[in-house]
Ligand binder design. Sequence first.
Ligand code: S3P
Length: 425
Amino acid sequence: MILNKVNKLEGTITVPADKSITHRAVMFASLADGISYINNYLPSQDCFSTLNIFKQLGVDIEQTANLLTVKGAGLHGLKCPDGYLNANNSGTTTRLLSGILSGQNFSSTIIGDESLSLRPMKRIITPLRQMGADIYAKDDNYLPVNIKGNGSLRAINYKSSISSAQVKSCVLLAGLYADGQTFYSEPEKSRDHTETMLKAFGADISVDNLTVGIKKCDKLFAQEIFVPADISSAAFFIVAGIIVKNSHVIIKQVNINKTRSGIITVLKNMGADIKISNIKEISGEPVADIEVKSSSLHSTNIDGKLIPSLVDEIPIIALAATQAEGVTEISGAQELRVKESDRLKLIATQLNKMGANIEEKQDGLIIKGPSKLKGCSVETSKDHRMAMMLSIAALCADGQTTVEDSACVGISFSNFYGVLKQICK
Ligand code: S3P
């Protein structure tokens, strides 16, 4: 994609549905008894990976542009698949699915693309083995992961050393099948969509601060769900509206769940003009309109405590920090090295190529601002969030920017450039 500097951004937009919630809705509906309706699901490559895998596992899913109709197979009704289950680029699919497959009576193997095959799976293998799962992986850590469902899981009390909603959800889903009550604790609260949605489907879930408990379950009950807009997709337009001069952007009805909205807190701390209005609740999740105007930013510090609530927004927050007065330090963000790409490295190398002043630390970034950005050719490692962040950087960079492999935006936001065009003036 070739992009040029813009004069201003102006308009009211909607962004697509939440990726995390869509994955979960498809999975839980597949395991429920009865017909679930998933309105406003996210039609992105990652979610199609989940959808196709559950079809392969024998679930009847009807798909129209805006609605998924899922005839649930029940907790014990999935079928042994023909061939491998391909999660492509999706970590959420792989890790949540592994918890479900551990509770089945058949053997299955998950594979993925080049990026997913480099991402660590030991974090789910360890607790699943403690629960009694027969699970094998390349070098005990990487895809392909083979799970020989043995139908006999037991509850554990697991204290995770990382705050990861994918690991938490994996253990909770295995917990649906495990004798007794499974407990999972994490150092900081990660996104809680699994807890909220599994409860709505009828699971016996209890939340006590950083510990979640789940009891073995006989049955989940079909639901009607409306998936709200994804704050991780809105984030690119929130920052764009703040750092591009003379801008005013409104993003309608975005999920502002507090386990996801750390970006709003951080940008407000940096002096951004952000207004939240029209707060409602949809399918157990809070949504609101987010209005932003161009602002003069100053630096801030972001430490490990905040990271889980903005883990996918670090690339775009780093861009905001390049335009802020002073030194912004991000720490405790080592998880970014094992996302769709090594994001700490890519943020630093690619934004520095554009004229930023970013020093890479093992667990974060030191960003000295403000920097005048200039257009050039930038690499994305086919990482969707890197492609979108660099495209926003291009809007305030002098000259022309070429974002390589920009089609990867389709992992989470296929019409990203269409929505961007609506507000570029
Ligand atoms: C996700 C959790 C996060 C996030 C990912 C989606 C989820 O990963 O980065 O994009 O849907 O549970 P971790 O939980 O591994 O940090």
